[in-house]
Design a protein around this ligand. Structure first.
Ligand code: SF4
Length: 180
């Protein structure tokens, strides 16, 4: 993804902010599992860990971005107290998502529009690269066609990998397996 596309993709910007500043990923917590209740974990133990996770999130510099991502991702269930994200429990996240359902639906639709534009741009770039001439010069000097071809192949392979990644994510969101 180019920097211009990233600027126009709200979700990508949020994810980058969380990746860069997440307190839970910086080693401060020391335990990523702190944020999830284990299978059959006694409620008393989970409540103590949950309180610790919420305390950690309270001082996290990317908490707002983390909450927006969690809501966009559909994290949290009203009936399941088994996680903490952005300082909110699963039921709290579900309640916020319900309260902001219309705004979130619009935001998610905007993400997908941007993603579709990126897909279209990538396909166009692949077609352009695949059909462009191998006859190139730089500052009056002819580049050997074999080198141009090799560079084109690398670029096409990077572009098609990104296309596959976007299409797989879209299929998964629509209920298909990645390989479908
Ligand atoms: S708000 Fe909490 S869950 Fe989110 S990135 Fe920060 S520490 Fe992690």
């Amino acid at each position: 993804m180019t920097s211009t596309q990233a600027r126009h993709t709200r979700r990508a910007v949020l994810q980058a902010a969380v990746d860069a500043g997440a307190r839970c990923a910086s080693g401060v917590s020391g335990d990523p599992d702190l944020f999830f209740r284990a299978d059959r974990e006694p409620i008393g133990e989970w409540q103590a860990r949950r309180a610790e996770a919420i305390r950690l999130c309270t001082g996290c510099p990317v908490r707002a971005a983390c909450e927006e991502l969690a809501l966009r991702d559909g994290d949290g269930r009203a009936s399941q107290d088994d996680m903490v994200r952005a300082g909110l429990t699963g039921p709290e996240l579900a309640a916020v998502r319900t309260a902001h359902a219309v705004r979130l639906a619009a935001a998610t639709a905007a993400d997908r529009d941007t993603e579709q534009r990126e897909l279209n741009d990538l396909v166009t770039q692949v077609q352009h690269e695949a059909t462009s001439t191998l006859d190139r010069t730089v500052e009056g000097e002819r580049i050997p066609p074999s080198r141009v071809q090799a560079e084109q192949n690398v670029l096409i392979s990077l572009l098609t990998a990104r296309i596959r990644e976007l299409r797989s994510a879209r299929r998964a969101r629509n209920g298909w397996e990645v390989a479908a």
